[in-house]
Design a protein around this ligand. Sequence first.
Ligand code: FES
Ligand code: FES
Length: 153
Amino acid sequence: MNVSITVNGTTYTRDVEPRMLLVDFIRDQIGLTGTKIGCDTSQCGACTVHLDGKAAKACTLLSVQADGAEVTTIEGMANGELHPMQSSFWEKHGLQCGFCTPGMIMAASAYLQTNAHPSEDEIRHGLEGNLCRCTGYQNIVTAVQAAADSAGD
Ligand code: FES
Ligand code: FES
């Protein structure tokens, strides 16, 4: 099937198998490997992107479902300089191995669009679809809180 998906502002038209997942379109068809595959079963959140502005797990969607949509991946977050959420993860040591980090940043930045001043509990709840095997989560929560606070400055 022919699909056209705009990723980070560029429209890509490809002939794909109907069963191709959006995450495979992003990684294999257009070569953006910042979006990770941790489980392929909708549990870990490593594949989280923005689909028309909302967080979505790209392993749970077929690429044909994203036909005509606008997708943002981690590669599209920095605009000459790091996105404030990326800076916050960097400054607050919100990562160790980094495998979960693209998905965390995409989920967290989308979450702050829905709740600009979250409590710690709300951040934890907002990120419950994203797993991290390294950090114990505290520094991730601290990073998201700091990003929210700096956006309110
Ligand atoms: S790879 Fe999509 S949720 Fe784990
Ligand atoms: S930093 Fe390693 S999985 Fe989260």
